[in-house]
Design a protein around this ligand. Structure first.
Ligand SMILES: Nc1ncnc2c1ncn2[C@@H]1O[C@H](COP(=O)(O)OP(=O)(O)OP(=O)(O)O)[C@@H](O)[C@H]1O
Length: 853
């Protein structure tokens, strides 16, 4: 059942005038006359209905009672009033609501023998008669009247239309409320049928004799009449609506005092149940009269549970309180009046109940849908607020989108940094291969055949720049082009960044030779490139290949693509190295940091120099750096050496600045790392930077030693060792790079010993390939000894390194002895020689005197 809708609803609402509205329970009072027993007992009638709404207690003064003497209700009926009058002037309207689809209930409440049954029998008959009459007068509608009756006797519900005394089960239906299972429901045929059923119920009901009433009702009786009606014109068409409602005629058992009724045994037990359930009813009414706040104890008795919809629910309700006027019952009468007073404050909210056919329901829903669509198309004034609200929300969403984009950008930047670091650790294998190829080109010079051993396979490359000044033929140029494309391709893919070699000569597509310096911050690389086309001589080729910075107009030092925002370039005007700062605004190259020069031990070739470090932490005892400085200034190669220093200083300065930047960014990166749960590779300066300078100094020495040993065991190119050794000399900012190098070398070593991997992956760097590359590098250095060192210098070196001046292949012997052990003095001497040979230099940037002092 549901609320009726549309025209039919309006019609019935008009008719009833109450649908959906709250209304108070109608409270009627019926005062019966003194009965024979009371008269014979010489009882006086202390109660009098002084008008249609007020009843007065006449004995107030005599008793000195504190109770009110007058009570007002919707309607009061004197003892001489007929039940018909009570019905017609009181209960009728409520009872007949049922024909309009509204539930209704008529109660009779009062003490025993006050006339409840007397009243309700009449009310029920008059109401049903009126309903029959109504149905008869409204032939346009088809009516169905269903009759059922129960009694609640000692808290047991019985079906009064059944001879079976089996108690009825009471359950709660979410839609229908309390439902009695298996309750007999008879469809009334006619008046006679109704009378039969009433008689049957009367016969079934528990009635007993008490002192006050010969035929006292010992149970609560509820006669229910359900009326269903449908418009005949829609019957059978599938779109009819059915009104369905029930009217309850409730004849309660009477409250009684055991002393008054002199009951005992069964009657006493009945009386206890009756009083208890009536007490519950009174409590429910009292609570409802104060509003619906709090718990209403409907479930405390079967009576209140079954009558719950009638008490403050979807029903119109009238309570007829019956009274005895006798003085002996004054206390019970006052209780009844008190109940009545509470009841008149209770409200119910009845509405028309309708059952719709499926077709009608669909139609109704379609109509509702159309209405809602119409509202959407033409928004009402009240919808303006929603439109504004939506617009505001859209703006918020847009703003949040912007923020998300910005945060995504920041995250990508942080990821890029992490990837740079990871790349340093993970990409060296491929780049190693590239390095190998590049060194093969170095060996393609005219002397290569005499240098390279028969067991070393070297790819011949007829590059005119490497062929002793022989101008390139067309074929040569094609080869060069091919080579350049190859290098460019590799670079574009960023797959061959050689982190295993700090100094990685390669050619770019413009014919420039790029000197890639790896090991910078974040695993980035630095490229120095010079145009080879200027000079085809071997000397210049090698010059460029070794990082000669003599031609500043064609030389540039750049960061790899991933860090292209910071790059070093040679100024076209001054030829000086310039570093583009992080913000993109170029400024002059910062020059050499003092600390670097004080630490650096240059190569001294005048034979008077011993190699040492002036680092106070160094355990190597040798001539001081200051000694060397003076000598190195006098050396024939001082320009080259100082140029190396300058370059290294520039690199270190750049590293330092980047490191500072990392410190600033560290917080953001840390947050990002946590969010994405990126496994830290241990290169976070915030985490890895050692605590105190002293701690770091000790750690640096330890790491440096480990690195040198690993260089040795991994056959790392000497130029790489030299550059790294010179670049990172123990400053706090070196820690990150030391850590990365250490891990990289550990990884490399593991790879060398993993034979399976070497066999499986042809791209993986192997021990053999490293040895071969190292061999070719030494051959290249050997050649450079002749180019870069004077004969005197060479002789001096041969003497110092214990190479007989008459022995064969002296330069190769020297090359073989460079970086051949891990003794720090040896390492420093080796580094100085290699640095001199490969000219980590830049002419015109010789260090100032004050730097050396
Ligand atoms: N208004 C009245 N006019 C004349 N007689 C009445 C009236 N009300 C009740 N009586 C008579 O009083 C007696 C008791 O009435 P009734 O059985 O209806 O009381 P009751 O309240 O139903 O009692 P119980 O609660 O014990 O069932 C009956 O004999 C009945 O005929």
């Amino acid at each position: 059942m549901g609320a009726i809708a549309g025209e039919e609803l309006s019609k019935w609402e008009k008719m009833n005038g109450v649908s959906g509205c709250e209304e108070k329970i109608l409270v009627l009072l019926r005062l019966r006359p003194l009965n024979e027993k009371e008269i014979s007992a010489n009882e006086s009638a202390d109660w009098e209905c002084i008008n249609d709404t007020t009843i007065l207690y006449r004995n107030t003064l005599r008793e000195g009672s504190t109770f009110p003497s007058a009570y007002t209700f919707d309607r009061v009926f004197r003892g001489d009033c007929e039940t018909r009058q009570v019905y017609e002037e009181g209960a009728r309207e409520i009872a007949l609501s049922v024909v309009g689809g509204i539930n209704s209930s008529i109660f009779a409440y009062g003490q025993t023998s006050s006339g409840k049954t007397y009243t309700m029998v009449g009310i029920t008959e008059f109401a049903v008669a009126d309903i029959f009459d109504y149905a008869k007068r409204h032939e346009e509608r088809a009516f169905a009247l269903k009759f059922s009756a129960i009694e609640i006797y000692n808290e047991i519900v019985r079906d009064l239309l059944s001879t079976d005394n089996t108690p009825l089960r009471l359950r709660d239906d979410p839609e229908r409320g309390p439902v009695l299972e298996k309750l007999t429901e008879e469809t009334l045929q006619d008046w006679g049928h109704f009378q039969e059923l009433l008689s049957f119920c009367e016969a079934q009901r528990q009635v007993g004799e008490t002192y006050l009433n010969e035929k006292s009702s010992r149970s609560h009786q509820i006669i229910r009449l359900t009326i269903e009606s449908s418009a005949r014109e829609f019957l059978g068409k599938g779109n009819s609506t059915t009104l369905s409602a029930s009217v309850n005629f409730v004849d309660l058992a009477g409250s009684e005092r055991a002393s008054q009724v002199s009951s005992a045994g069964v009657r006493l037990k009945e009386g206890c149940h009756i009083n208890r359930s009536l007490l519950t009813l009174s409590t429910v009414i009292r609570k409802l009269s104060k509003g619906r706040q709090g718990h209403i104890n409907y479930r405390d008795s079967k009576l209140t549970r079954i009558l719950q919809p009638c008490l403050g629910g979807n029903a119109r309700t009238a309570i007829i309180c019956t009274l005895s006027p006798a003085r002996s019952h004054v206390e019970q009468t006052r209780n009844t009046l008190l109940f009545a007073c509470c009841a008149k404050e209770v409200t119910t909210k009845a509405q028309v109940n309708v059952v719709m056919s499926d077709k009608a329901l669909v139609k109704q829903l379609q109509k509702e849908l159309a209405r809602l669509e119409g509202e959407l198309k033409t928004p009402a004034t009240s919808n303006t607020d929603y439109v504004a609200l939506l617009r505001k929300k859209d703006q918020q969403i847009e703003k949040m989108d912007k923020e998300i984009r910005e945060l995504t950008k920041q995250r990508d930047l942080a990821e890029s940094r992490i990837e740079d670091l990871l790349r340093m650790v993970g990409k060296e294998q491929i780049s190693k291969k590239e390095g190998e190829d590049l060194w093969e080109e170095d060996c393609s010079v005219s002397e290569s055949s005499s240098i390279c051993g028969p067991n070393i396979s070297i790819r011949e490359f007829n590059n005119p720049h490497y062929s002793g000044g022989d101008s390139g033929s067309n074929q040569d140029e094609e080869d060069l082009d091919e080579y350049c494309k190859e290098v460019q391709c590799v670079e574009l893919e960023e797959s061959s960044r050689d982190n295993s070699e700090l100094l990685d000569p390669s050619l770019n597509d413009n014919g420039d030779l790029a000197l890639t310096v790896s090991g910078g911050e974040n695993g980035t690389s630095h490229e120095m490139s010079t145009h080879l086309n200027e000079d085809h001589h071997d000397e210049q080729s090698l010059h460029a290949m070794s990082g000669n910075m003599s031609n500043y107009k064609n030389l540039k030092l750049t960061r790899s693509r991933s860090c292209s925002e910071h790059h070093m370039t040679a100024s076209p005007e001054t030829g000086e190295m310039e570093r583009t700062p992080f913000n993109g605004v170029e400024k002059g190259f910062p020059g050499r940091p003092d600390g670097l020069w004080r630490k650096f031990n240059p190569l001294n070739l005048d034979g008077s120099t011993r190699f040492s470090r002036n680092d106070s932490q160094s355990s190597i005892g040798s001539p001081s750096v200051d000694d060397l400085r003076g000598n190195s200034l006098r050396s024939s190669g001082d320009e080259d050496i100082t140029s190396i220093h300058t370059f290294v200083a520039g690199m270190k300065e750049m590293v330092k600045l980047e490191y500072e930047k990392q410190l600033v960014d560290a917080q953001g990166q840390e947050t990002d790392r946590k969010l994405r749960n990126v496994k830290d590779v241990g290169v976070d300066p915030m985490q890895e930077a050692p605590g105190t300078p002293l701690d770091w100094s000790l750690q640096f020495k330890r790491q440096q030693k480990e690195i040198i040993e690993l260089w040795q065991s991994c056959y790392v190119p000497l130029t790489h060792r030299t550059y790294f050794f010179l670049l990172f000399r123990g400053e706090q900012t070196d820690s990150i790079y030391m850590e990365v190098e250490l891990r990289r070398l550990c990884f490399l070593k593991e790879t060398f010993f993993d034979e399976n991997q070497s066999e499986k992956d042809s791209q993986t760097i192997t021990l053999t390939s490293s040895v071969r590359a190292l061999r070719r590098e030494k051959e290249m250095l050997m050649k450079l000894m002749r180019k870069r060192l004077s004969e005197e210098e060479r002789k001096r070196l041969f003497n110092e390194w214990g190479i007989g001046l008459n022995s064969k292949r002296r330069r190769m012997q020297l090359a073989d002895r460079l970086w051949c052990n891990t003794d720090m003095n040896h390492v420093m001497q080796s580094a100085a020689i290699v640095a001199r040979l490969v000219r980590f230099s830049e002419q015109g940037r010789a260090p100032q005197g004050d730097v050396w002092t």
